[in-house]
Design a binder for this molecule. Structure first.
Ligand code: UDP
Length: 241
């Protein structure tokens, strides 16, 4: 099947990670998946939520928002009331990252992840998770340098990608045009070790068969693996620079 941008069915959009994009947060990553661009920052805050106090553990929380100019026609800034979609997405980002962090390594510290979509062209929640993972790594590295960690907290690399079914074909990493036309829309969040963290999958019209679901998960995990290689290459690059 020919895709409108010439990609093969299992091909990711060009994916770029720019670390230290700004210097006010401990981890600050600009992530680009094709035309989708997200700024992911990780700030270190002392203290934990009340229900985590005296637990000997730290916490990680995430916020997500799309900037007004990130979509055609302007999206209303989320001041005051939050958009339900954003709340759903930020909870997903938090769950995904907490799955690969050992909270006992950072007692009484909260890692605050912020994912702000600068330009949206599909897959913003997935790009947010993949980029936030690198920002999280960089913040932990800084904490380690300052000897504020009991041990290294990151237990695996988390990344995410969208997959979908379009005109009867399973495809990887949908852009907005494809996402809009897809019959099935799925987000696969997984790890470098090939495990799953979360799957969100929806039939946009007709219900879809289980075989298609299996194919989509395989395609997604393959994409996740490649994304974790890109994350690790980005880390290695600046480590030697
Ligand atoms: N989108 C938009 N306005 C919105 C929400 C979404 O233009 O208020 C577009 C945007 O390009 C986004 C895409 O629709 O990336 C797909 O949105 P979805 O909710 O499926 O989340 P995403 O795929 O970005 O994680």
């Amino acid at each position: 099947m020919a895709r409108h941008d010439g990609r093969s069915e299992n091909e990711l959009r060009p994916f770029r990670i720019t670390r230290n994009f700004i210097d006010t947060a401990k981890g600050a990553v600009l992530v680009e998946a094709g035309r989708t661009r997200v700024l992911c920052t990780c700030s270190v805050v002392s203290g934990v939520p009340a229900w985590k106090r005296n637990s000997g553990e730290g916490w990680l929380t995430a916020e997500y928002a799309m900037l007004p100019g990130s979509v055609k026609g302007r999206k209303r800034r989320e001041t005051g009331s939050r958009d339900g979609r954003s709340v759903e997405i930020q909870r997903l980002i938090g769950r995904a990252l907490r799955a690969v962090v050992d909270m006992r390594a950072l007692p009484d510290i909260t890692l605050s992840m912020d994912c702000d979509v600068i330009q949206a062209d599909g897959g913003t929640r997935c790009a947010s998770i993949t980029g936030a993972m690198v920002a999280l790594h960089d913040a932990c590295q800084e904490l380690a340098r300052r000897k504020q960690l009991c041990h290294w907290p990151i237990t695996d690399w988390a990344a995410a990608v969208s997959v979908g079914r379009l005109h009867g074909n399973e495809i990887l990493d949908l852009d907005y045009k494809e996402d809009f036309a897809a019959d099935v829309d799925m987000n696969v969040i997984g790890t470098a070790s090939g495990k799953l963290i979360e799957i969100q999958g929806t039939a946009e019209g007709e219900p879809f068969p289980r075989e298609s679901c299996h194919k989509l998960i395989d395609l997604g995990l393959d994409g996740v693996l490649r994304l974790t290689e890109i994350q690790q290459a980005a880390i290695a690059e600046s480590a030697t620079a």
